[in-house]
Ligand binder design. Structure first.
Ligand SMILES: O=C(O)C(=O)C[C@H](O)[C@H](O)COP(=O)(O)O
Length: 247
């Protein structure tokens, strides 16, 4: 458990699997106005999604990560669209708790591993997936999921590589999420649909809470106890309990 500037406690995570197990959906978010960061994160928590991936696609992203990390108890904040070693250093300094990359070139991978943060490295081919597995990274982001072959492709991967576990992202929608989540090698999915840009601009936080609530209701695999179990992540003696699935 860590204590932030407001004195509130926030959850911590220690492994990539922890990241996949927090919620059925990781909201992938672009924040253009740093003032939106805290209410947006709070809206997700309110809807039952205690995780957010803030992408480095805007100039406000680093400040947004910093604000959410320091001001929103109860959410795990990660950095997405991490493309190079310099960005790894920046997001670590901002307080990101996990890293997500769209692909896994060697220098990026090395610095991301060196950061010590849980990492979801991007992969879309079997060769990339196996190279990551060789480096000990068996939990991966399958990106771009639909464009790379969709569920049919990932299902074929499960045959020779049952040890690999994925967060498919890219083209996943509320309509297709349940199908992805039923797959044995899928731990959660990522998507932008929980935080539509117009809702963010209009500061329609209720809409985002509603979308989060619907996403939190998705079931993973045969697990029916979503958010039922309170399991401590990281060091059980010090970490705050956050909701996890029973899978
Ligand atoms: O920025 C990154 O690092 C990415 O990997 C891209 C995002 O994951 C996709 O933009 C998801 O977008 P949707 O298909 O709208 O859900």
């Amino acid at each position: 458990m860590s204590v932030n500037r407001t004195g509130a406690t926030r959850p911590t995570i220690s492994t990539p699997s922890d990241v996949l197990d927090i919620a059925p959906v990781i909201p992938v978010v672009v924040i253009d106005d740093v003032a939106h960061a805290v209410p947006l994160a709070e809206a997700l928590v309110q809807g039952g999604i205690p995780i957010i991936e803030i992408t480095l696609r805007s100039s406000a992203a680093l400040a947004a990560i910093e604000r959410v990390a320091s001001q929103v108890p109860g959410i795990v904040v990660g950095a997405g669209t991490v493309l190079g070693p310099a960005q790894v250093r920046q997001v670590v300094d901002a307080g990101a708790q996990f890293l997500v990359t769209p692909g896994s070139p060697p220098r990026l991978l090395e610095s991301a591993i060196d950061s010590g943060l849980p990492l979801l490295p991007g992969a879309s081919t079997l060769t990339e997936m196996l190279a990551l597995a060789e480096a000990g990274l068996t939990v991966q982001k399958f990106f771009p999921a639909e464009a790379s072959g969709g569920r049919e492709y990932l299902s074929a991967v499960a045959g020779p590589c049952p040890q690999l576990r994925f967060c498919p992202t890219g083209g996943v929608s509320p309509r297709t999420a349940a199908g992805w989540l039923a797959m044995p090698n899928v731990g959660c999915v990522g998507g932008t649909w929980l935080t539509p840009q117009d809702a963010v601009v209009q500061q329609d936080w209720e809409q985002i809470t509603g979308l989060a609530r619907a996403a939190a209701a998705f079931r993973v695999g045969e697990s029916v106890g979503v958010l039922a179990a309170q399991i401590s992540i990281s060091n059980p003696s010090t970490a705050t309990s956050i909701p996890r699935r029973s899978r």
